[in-house]
Design a protein. Sequence first.
Length: 246
Amino acid sequence: MILAAGLGTRLRPLTNTVPKPLLPVLGTPLIVWNLLLLKRHGFRDVVINLHHLAPMIEQALGNGSRFGLRIFYSHEPIILGTGGGIKQAEPYFSGEPVLVVNGDTLFELDLDALCAFHRASQAAATLVLREDPDATQWGLVEVGADHRIVTITGKGIASAVPTMPRMFAGIHILNPRLLREVPKGVASSIIDPYVAAIARGESVLGYDIKGYWSDIGTAERYAQAEKDARAGVIRLEDRRSAVAEP
């Protein structure tokens, strides 16, 4: 699932007329970068939640066939947040674990390795995390040596062992059973059921991202992402080749 319903307020006025996921980096919309990454790693079905300027995203992406994917849309007349948005799209998951990414984040990650880690651990959820000196500003995630997350923004369980500070990169795999406690049709954060699972003693794990990552949240970070792409720090060509596969 790609989350693409947000208003993109921090990038106004650009996002007044173009939804944030369609803002181009190296001439290609952000969300297409992510679609191509998903295709490269063997994903075939993608659900995208929509609200702000939704028809523009649907027109740009269509049914996904030109990317070698099947795209489904989950419309939100009222923005439901990460929790409510994922809950509304639950029927598309067929009870299987779902990978969730932000439509406005540019990143490079071995999704095969991430999924293998999640399956092997049989975790309730796996959150992709980053080392960052400003982790507290982003929202501190504390992780034990066994990859277990013990707190998210101060909520969770007390740890008797040292923990490592991380920030949540907005990429995660969740077991749909965690959505049982998420109210339908009500705005909420997916972090709430993760914290509840941690408090119950369930396995909510962290998985560090080592490759490129950028939250295109401000004009400065958007400009930097364009520079990075032009410099080849992150490469669209590697993703485009996925579309040519049989």
